[in-house]
Design a protein around this ligand. Structure first.
Ligand code: NAP
Length: 290
């Protein structure tokens, strides 16, 4: 079994981007990070994005609207950032408080600044295999992890567990694209899927993105498969000083010995998501939307 080291691969991408930003003429790329409320996971994700941006030479602009901001208020912030020529990329951290329409906010971000890739135009470009768009960061990170780990999906059966707009659907479309590294045969499973384990056992490459701690067990995995664990779940743990530990959607201790390759949690897909956000922001600057 080979561990796919997301920290190492993300660090390589960050180093490449740092050199690219240093060589860019004119002002540095600018990423606006909008976080509404104090959801602890969102606080930590936005902080990580901010510090990574700073390390690369990308200017981070953090905007913290109050948790009771209205839909119109948040839309006005997005409109202002859309119109600001000094801003290249905009990310509105998900999840938003329940009273806000998250999808409407994602759609409102101008497509050339939609570096999180969750708006209609950029998701459409994934379906159209149009490389001028921004691929959302977690699915893009998964594809990059596979490519840089020498996993070619061509002709292989890829089973995606989960059909969210954030991960499952776009990663399935990417794996399906008719291009080098992709060209997989894709099955998508969700909560309505019957005989789930029968399908997951057919996977040459299994991508688990369901948000259920340690859901995928050894009996669900074909020996020799490549397993990508996207899940980030907080599980109560009194022995940990934070009171919780992070676990993936895969039961790592039983599944890892079976696999050809597997990502750990933490240290697998997570760091790649941040690296791909930076890559998209640098791309936005190069394309000159700001
Ligand atoms: P989500 O929006 O909650 O979607 C979960 C998907 O899994 C849904 O399609 C759901 O099916 C399916 N599902 C749930 N329980 C299932 C079950 N028992 N059997 C089969 N399918 C089931 O979650 P998400 O945003 O995609 O995130 C998934 C996980 O990835 C979470 O742990 C999240 O924290 C993590 N994540 C990590 C990163 C990263 O950077 N590493 C980024 C994003 C998300 P239905 O559609 O039928 O409801």
């Amino acid at each position: 079994m080979e561990l796919i080291d997301g920290n190492r691969i993300a660090a390589a991408i960050i180093a490449e981007l740092t050199a690219e930003v240093a060589a860019l003429p004119g002002r540095k790329p600018c990423l606006a990070l909008v976080r509404v409320g104090e959801d602890p996971a969102s606080v930590s994700y936005v902080r990580k994005k901010e510090t990574t941006a700073a390390a690369i030479g990308v200017t981070g602009r953090v905007i913290l609207p109050p948790v009771n901001i209205t839909q119109a208020g948040l839309e006005a912030i997005v409109d202002e950032l859309n119109a600001d020529p000094a801003v290249d990329g905009i990310l509105v951290q998900s999840p938003l408080p329940k009273h806000l329409d998250e999808l409407a906010i994602f759609r409102r971000i101008a497509p050339p600044k939609d570096v999180d890739g969750l708006g209609t135009v950029n998701l459409g470009k994934v379906a159209q295999e149009d490389a001028t768009g921004f691929v959302s960061c977690t699915p893009a990170g998964i594809m990059e992890l596979l490519a840089r780990s020498g996993v070619d999906l061509n002709g292989r059966h890829v089973v995606v567990l989960g059909r969210s707009l954030l991960v499952g659907k776009p990663v399935a479309l990417l794996a399906l694209q008719k291009k080098a590294g992709a060209n997989g045969t894709v099955t998508i499973c969700h909560s309505g899927t019957r005989d789930l384990a029968t399908l997951t056992r057919l996977a040459d490459v299994l991508i688990a993105a369901i948000g259920r701690p340690e859901f995928v067990t050894a009996d669900m995995v074909k020996p020799g498969a490549v397993v990508i664990d996207v899940g980030i779940n907080r599980v109560a743990d009194a022995t940990n000083k934070k009171g919780y530990r992070l676990t993936g959607d895969v039961h790592f201790p039983s599944v890892a010995p079976l696999c050809a390759k597997i990502t750990p949690v933490p240290g697998g897909v997570g760091p790649m998501t941040v690296a791909m956000l930076m890559k998209n922001t640098v791309k936005a600057r190069r394309l000159g939307a700001g």
